[in-house]
Design a protein around this ligand. Sequence first.
Ligand code: XIL
Length: 464
Amino acid sequence: MFMSTTRITRGRRLSRTHRAIGAGLAGFLALGGVTALAGTADAATTLASAASAKGRYFGTAVAAYHLGETAYAGTLDTEFNSVTPENEMKWDAVEPTRNSFSFTSADQIVSHAQSKGMKIRGHTLVWHSQLPGWVSGLGATDLRTAMNNHITQVMTHYKGKIAAWDVVNEAFQDGGSGARRSSPFQDKLGDGFIEEAFRTARATDPDAKLCYNDYNTDGVNAKSNAVYNMVKDFKARGVPIDCVGFQSHFNSASPVPSDYQANLQRFADLGVDVQITELDIEGSGTAQATNYGNVVKACLAVTRCTGITVWGITDKYSWRASGTPLLFDSDYGKKPAYDAVITALGGTPGDGGGGDGGNGSTATCTATYTRTADWDSGYNGQVTIKAGDKAISSWSVPLTFASPQTVSTTWNGTPSWDSTNTVMTVRPAGWNGQLAAGASTSFGFTVTKNGSSTAPVIGACTAS
Ligand code: XIL
C-alpha cells in the first residue's frame, strides 16, 4: 500500500487506537483502488472527480506529441476529463496549404480523449496567430470563402465529437481602446467577420457550443467591455453564441483580477456559459496555490461557469515553463496549487494518484497498457509499470476484463482475481517489484476473447 513506510514509522509513536484507525484507513484506500478500476472514480480525490461533484469539468491542454510518455498520459487519464489540443487544431496545423487538410495529430488527441470518455474543446477556428502565410495573402472575396471553408471542413471532420469550439480567438486589442485587433480577417472583412464565423459554425455543427475566447478580458476593463458589448449585441440580434472563454494566463504583471468573479458573472447574465479556458498562474508555493484556489472559487460561484481548463499538465511542457505555472511539477508531482484546487472544489487532496504531493514523501507508479498481439480467438496484452520520482519496493495494478473474456496465462506478474472473476489484480512476479525512481518493468497476459475483443480497463497503479 502506498504511504506504508510513512505510516508504519508514525504508527510506532501512536497509541493502539490510532494504529487501528491507521489500519482502517489503509483498508479504505485499498478498497478505493478497486472502485477506481471498475470505472467509478473515487469521489473527489482527482481534479476531474472533484470538479464533477460540483457539476463542472476539469480539462487541460494536450500535445499529441507527448501522449506516448507514460507519466504524461497517466496523469492526463487520472486527473482530467476534458482536453483542448494545444496547437493541433490551429489553422497552420490543419490547413497548411489551401484546401488541403491534415488532421493526424488532432485526431490522435480526439481518439485518446474519446477512448477515456473525456470532453473535447476545439481550439481554434479563426485567429490571427498560427495562421499560414497563404491566408494573409488573400483578397477579401477569397478570404471570406477560405474562412468559411476552413470552419466548415474542420467542424465537419469533428462533427459530433467537440463539446465546444473557440470559433474566434483574440479578436480585440489590448489597452484602453476597446478596438478590434488588426488581422487579415478584421482588415479585409471588417467587423462582420466574427458574426459570419459564428453563423457558419452553427450551420455546420448545431450541437457544438460556440465560444468567443480571449485573454486580458478576465477582469472588467476596456477590452472585456468591448467583448461584453459584442456578446450583448449578438444575443440581442440572434447571432449564435453559447459561451465566452476567459484564457486566464496570470503572472505578476497580469495578476488574477479582484473582480474576476464579477466579470464572469456579468457575461453569464447575458445568457451565455462562461469557461476558464487556458488557466496558468506563474509562481510557486502558497502564493500560487492561493491564486489557483481563488480562480476555482470564482468559477464555482458563477452558476454558468461550466468548467476549467489549465493550459498544460506539467510545468516542464508549459508554454511558460520558466514561470512554473501549472498544477504538476516537472516530475508530475502534485504542487501545493494542485491541493488548493482540489480543496476549493470541495475534494480531498492526497490520494488521487498521479503525483507525490510535491513533497517527495509518497511512492507512486503509473501503468500503461498495449495490445502486443491479436488473433481471431484471443489477444496478448502488456502493462508497463513505471515508478514515479521515488524508488518503489512493490506495485499493484487492477485490470477489468469485458465479459465473457478469460485470461489463460500471465507472465512476469502474480495475478489474483476478485469474486466476479472480471478484475485481475497483478502484483510483482517476485523479482520485479523493486524499481528505481523512473524505472520500468512489464507483465503480460493472454486473453481468450470468447467473442469480445474489448480492451481491459487498467486501474490506477499503486506503489509502496
Ligand atoms: C500557445 C501554445 O501553448 C504554444 O505551444 C504555441 O507555441 C503558441 O500558442 N492563447 C491561445 C493559445 O489561445 O492557443 C496559445 O497557445 C496561448 C495564448
